[in-house]
Each structure stands twice: as C-alpha cells, then as structure tokens.
Ligand binder design. Structure first.
Ligand SMILES: C[S@@+](CC[C@H](N)C(=O)[O-])C[C@H]1O[C@@H](n2cnc3c(N)ncnc32)[C@H](O)[C@@H]1O
Length: 296
C-alpha cells in the first residue's frame, strides 16, 4: 500500500519535472509569490528551479548563516537549495534530497547553469527517500523542507532522520500542509488529492507530537493563512493541462501545454483534480504552516 503511494507520487512529480513549468510562466510565479517568495528571490535563481509546488518559503525563516550546512528534503528542481546556498555562502553547503530521478536531473542541470551562466558551486543533490537520508549522523546545522512531508507515508521515520542528521542544537524550518479537520471521504481516499499534498497531510497535534518524540524539545507550528485555493485560481489554462494543486498532466518535454495527454490515466487524473478544485474549498480543511523545531 505505502509502496503504491510512493510510486504514484514519484510518477507524477517525475512528469512534472519534465514539463516546461518555470518562473517564466505567470501562474507558476504567482503561486510562488503567494507563498512568500519575492520577485527578486525568484529572479536570482534559475527559472526552472521553481515549478510552483511550494506551500511556504522556509529559507525566509530558517535563519541561515554563512558557513552552515543545510539540507532540503524533497528539493524538487532546487528552488530552496539555491536560495539556501546564497545564504550559507561559499564556506557553507546546501544539499538537496529527492526520490524522483527527473527532479534530481533537473536540479543538477539548474545547478550547472545559474542566471549568470556559471555553475552554483556550493550545492549537491542526492537521489534518495527522505525517510532514509544518505547523510552521516550529526552532520547538518539546519534541515529545511517545502511541501513534502505530507507526501511521505511514514512521517515519524522522517522526523527521526531529521533528528539523526542534525547536530546537537540544530534546527528544522519546514513549510508544509496540515489538516484542520478530517477530509471528506471522497478526498481522503483520492490518489490525486494525495499527490496534490492534501490527503497525506496530518493534524497539527500529530505533527508536533511526532517531532517531540523524535527529539525536538521546542516545536512551534504557525498557520501562515496562505490561500490554498491559489493553485487553482492562478492557472489560466487549468482546463487545458493543469490538474490543480500545481500538477500539470504528464507530458513529454516536447509537448505543448495543450498537447493531447500522454496516457488515458493522465486525462482521468486531470479531470478528477479539476472536479475536486471546483467542489471543495481547500482552506476549510487544510492550512499551510510554518514549523520551527530545535533539537535538544
Ligand atoms: C510538492 S513538491 C515540492 C518540491 C520543492 N520542495 C518545491 O518547493 O519546489 C514535492 C517533492 O517531494 C519529492 N518527494 C515526495 N516524496 C518524497 C520522499 N518520500 N522522499 C524524497 N522526496 C520525495 C517529490 O519528488 C517532489 O519533488
């Protein structure tokens, strides 16, 4: 069961990494700005690093300092890794982890050629799941993550891994989706809602307790009040190729936005997501939160 969930998530995000979504796309930019990124931040990193998949801006509250080692869990195209790299500077390092090969390929391509045409030197990317991090114990100053932990079936394993890789006194700065109340059955059991960062989300208390049990003495979780319906609202071509919750149809890299879908299941996925967006107010059930946690 969990294996299936992970495979569906990898498949969908792999397709997205091969789409042509980027900060050049007005809707993608609008999603990022709605969740706290400034136009200047977006302009400072490769456009393809932003796929409009975030639900917050963790480097804005992580308090990163020059020389630190920071790890981004579920880094996608590298958006927060590149912003973190600028903050920790040449004496520090920003490491991205993602389980989707196409995302890691995209992030590495982005790192090879930044906005000035030069490679970004103090970053590295690893293909791995975040419940088994390929990093040594006590090797990291700060863990960040943006809209990913809700997608992982075993969240407690992720919390334990964050605690394991952090140095004593290290911290986590996480943006994620949490549930305010149980989802209607139709959404709770829906693959599309799971991939769209909703159906895998847990409540605030479960999140806080999970982090505390993993060894975080101080855990602060704050509702950012960001509008979760933004994903559907800002995509003008939503009826064309954008499922909702930031997920376009799987399509070959060469296909145009309105090209026929690659497979019948893509059409079904797309229609299901568009339908859920029309019928539900996601703000009623879920919230984007900012989580600050410090390891004992
Ligand atoms: C909603 S996207 C967010 C991407 C990025 N953080 C951003 O803000 O642009 C979720 C990302 O998490 C990755 N992901 C999902 N589950 C994962 C897991 N168990 N281990 C590693 N990566 C995972 C996906 O491949 C995808 O790139």
């Amino acid at each position: 069961m969990d294996r299936d969930v992970v495979d569906v998530v990898r498949d969908r995000y792999g397709a997205l990494a091969q789409s042509d979504w980027s900060s050049r796309h007005e809707g993608v930019r609008a999603v990022a700005e709605a969740f706290g990124y400034t136009a200047e931040q977006l302009a400072s990193i490769p456009a393809e690093a932003n796929l409009g998949l975030s639900c917050g801006n963790p480097t804005a509250f992580a308090g990163l300092k020059p020389g630190e080692v920071v790890v981004d869990l579920g880094c996608g195209g590298g958006l927060d890794v590149f912003l973190a790299a600028a903050k920790v500077g040449p004496s520090g390092k920003a490491i991205g982890i993602d389980m989707t090969p196409e995302m890691i390929d995209l992030a590495r391509q982005n790192a090879a050629r930044s906005v000035d045409g030069k490679p970004i030197p103090n970053v590295e990317f690893h293909l791995a799941t975040i419940d088994r991090l390929p990093l040594p114990d006590a090797s990291v100053d700060c863990v960040i993550s943006n809209c990913v932990i809700n997608l992982v079936p075993d969240k407690r394993a992720v919390f334990r891994e964050i605690a394991r890789v952090l140095k004593p006194g290290g911290r986590a700065a996480i943006s994620d989706i949490v549930l305010k109340k149980p989802l209607p059955r139709e959404l709770a059991s829906d693959w599309a809602a799971y991939v769209g960062c909703l159906a895998g989300a847990i409540g605030v208390d479960e999140y806080r307790n999970g982090l505390r049990e993993a060894g975080f003495g101080r855990v602060e979780i704050v509702d950012t009040k960001a509008d979760l319906n933004i994903y559907a609202r800002v995509e003008p071509e939503r009826g064309c190729c954008c499922g909702s919750l930031g997920l376009p149809l799987a399509q070959p890299a060469t296909a145009s936005c309105c090209a026929p879908p690659a497979a019948p299941e893509d059409t079904a996925f797309h229609h299901r997501m568009a339908d859920r967006c029309d019928r539900y107010d996601f703000n009623e059930y879920a919230a984007s939160v900012r989580i600050d946690a410090r390891k004992d």
